[in-house]
Design a protein around this ligand. Structure first.
Ligand code: FAD
Length: 480
């Protein structure tokens, strides 16, 4: 290539519509669209297995939309970009900003390097409704509580930008030295991925089909319905949003154009929770590993590999927990209500460190997102900003009875107990031998006995929490 070109570096914005970097890049005559898999700088936060599968298909889909002109590389982006610059006459580079601390660090280094080489660097926000540094309290510090963050900070800030159309005229170039999507080796070697993939319609067009279906089936019942895992009242857009196949701007403006009611408001406020997670990560770069409330550094966590394995595989003997963990394994997704139930069970009833949950979710969720995942686990564990108080421990039996009243969700994921009457579906160990044998269940053989006693483990969790409170008092006394 001897033509002057502009690079459009796709990252977590795998779409053509409402893509600010692509839109601006397309004002140049020749554009080289690229994607770089960066497993070098990400280190501990290397994309997990389920997300890699998603990425594979999403890149294929984006490449198709670009008429095959997506050049793909793997390695350290700084070196790859310099290599491209050495081979082509590059005038400018465009990208949409990412907010993971390791990416911020990497990108600012690349930006300086490229500027020194007199390459124009243009970066944009195309994944958040508001830049995290723009939503601050009156005193200039970040919000720590969601409601004022959203109501006072976000809703009083500038309206999120109107979605852009896709570039109508662009000359996309292709780099013959790229390696191709298949060579990224993103697909798992085990058959698990094949089945998982059948649950999703990956790519920008799939994201819009999903959104349209949610508007038809879910939005009008969202506020109350979003808690019922067996119903189609949530959008299941999280992986599409994470990979940027659809933007939160598009969702925000589309739902608001329908009208103004409690369901639309509530859906927008959930997008607000996503913003809140990003704000927390931006303002606390160590959010994925460090307790926001440092007293939790002294929490007496258990270490128990057997408990952890049982939780991961959905074999705890507590149906609502197992159904969630099996949904995750089979589909790469778990309903939000159930994420809270399995999370609470892990950190409170099993008293295993939230890091174990965060890591497992990171590897198995198709929507694994550093901001949302870390902020949510800290919330569940009670050590985060605006967190669920530690002493609020979800009871998986009552949660099941309330949010899966007909047992549809549990029966779908735990067929071996499907024949139980609803009364014992969430607590099979309380059923009589007759009822169990009528349902062809032998506890400990066809389905596990509970690995912990819910009541006893709750008490133990509360007393462990009490020990932290004493720590608080000691510190308080010292200060006095
Ligand atoms: P909808 O209810 O349709 O909401 C629309 C969008 O709003 C979601 O796609 C998501 O982007 C955002 N949203 C909704 N609820 C939340 C929330 N509580 N916090 C932040 N954003 C929210 N979400 C992820 O995207 N990635 C994760 O890795 C992740 N890990 C989580 C771990 C735990 C322990 C918990 C309790 C929650 C986690 N969440 C995570 C948040 C939430 O569960 C998912 O965003 C939601 O279930 C996605 O389903 P949906 O798209 O149908 O949501």
């Amino acid at each position: 290539m001897t033509k002057k070109i502009a690079i459009c570096w796709f990252r977590q914005d795998l779409r053509l519509y409402d893509n600010k970097a692509l839109f601006e890049a397309s004002k140049n005559e020749n554009i080289l669209p690229i994607y770089i898999l960066d497993d070098e700088n990400s280190k501990k936060y290397k994309i997990g297995s389920a997300s890699r599968l998603w990425l594979h298909y999403s890149l294929k889909s984006l490449k198709k939309s670009l008429g095959g002109k997506l050049s793909v590389y793997s390695g350290n982006p700084e070196e790859i970009l310099v290599n491209i610059l050495n081979r082509h006459e590059v005038e400018a580079i465009y990208w949409n900003r990412c907010y993971e601390p390791w990416r911020i660090k990497r990108d600012s280094k690349i930006k300086t390097h490229l500027k020194n080489l007199e390459i124009q660097v243009n970066t944009y926000n195309s994944s958040l409704l508001w830049e995290p540094w723009n939503i601050k309290k009156d005193d200039g510090t970040p919000y720590k509580v969601f409601t004022p963050f959203y109501r006072k900070g976000c809703l009083n800030a500038q309206e999120p930008s109107i979605p852009l159309s896709k570039p109508d005229r662009a000359n996309y170039l292709f780099d013959k030295d790229q390696i191709g999507v298949d060579e990224l080796n993103l697909l798992p070697r085990v058959p698990w991925g094949k089945k998982l993939k059948t649950h999703w319609d990956i790519g920008e067009e799939g994201a819009h089909r999903r959104f349209d279906q949610f508007i038809e089936e879910g939005l009008s019942l969202y506020k109350e319905g979003r808690n019922i895992p067996a119903k189609p009242y949530v959008s299941r857009l999280s992986p599409h949003l994470h990979f940027g196949e659809i933007s939160s701007n598009q969702l925000w403006h589309s739902v608001r154009s329908i009208g103004d009611n409690k369901n639309i408001e509530h859906f927008c406020s959930e997008l607000g929770w996503r913003e809140f997670s990003y704000s927390q990560l931006f303002n606390n770069p160590r959010l994925p590993e460090k307790n926001l409330q440092s007293k939790f550094d002294f929490f007496p966590w258990n270490e128990n590999e057997t408990f952890l394995k049982a939780w991961q595989k959905g074999n705890t003997g507590i149906p609502m927990v197992d159904a969630g963990m099996r949904e995750l394994w089979q589909t790469g997704y778990m309903h939000n209500r159930v994420r809270m139930i399995v999370g609470s069970f892990l950190v409170k009833n099993l008293r295993l460190h939230w890091h174990h949950g965060e890591r497992w979710f990171w590897d198995t969720l198709v929507d694994a997102d550093l901001a949302n995942n870390s902020a949510s686990w800290q919330w569940i564990a009670g050590c985060g900003a605006d967190a669920a108080p530690y002493f609020r421990i979800f009871n998986p039996i009552m949660q099941g009875q309330k949010f899966d009243p007909n047992g549809d969700y549990v029966r779908q994921y735990i067929p071996e107990i499907a024949a139980l009457p609803n009364k014992y579906l969430f607590n099979p160990w309380e059923a009589s031998e007759d009822i169990l044998s009528e349902a062809s269940i032998e506890l400990g053989s066809t389905y596990p006995k509970p690995i912990v006693d819910l009541k006893q483990s709750r008490e133990l969790a509360l007393s462990a929490f009490q020990s932290l409170k004493q720590l608080d008092n000691k510190n308080l006394n010292k200060k006095k």
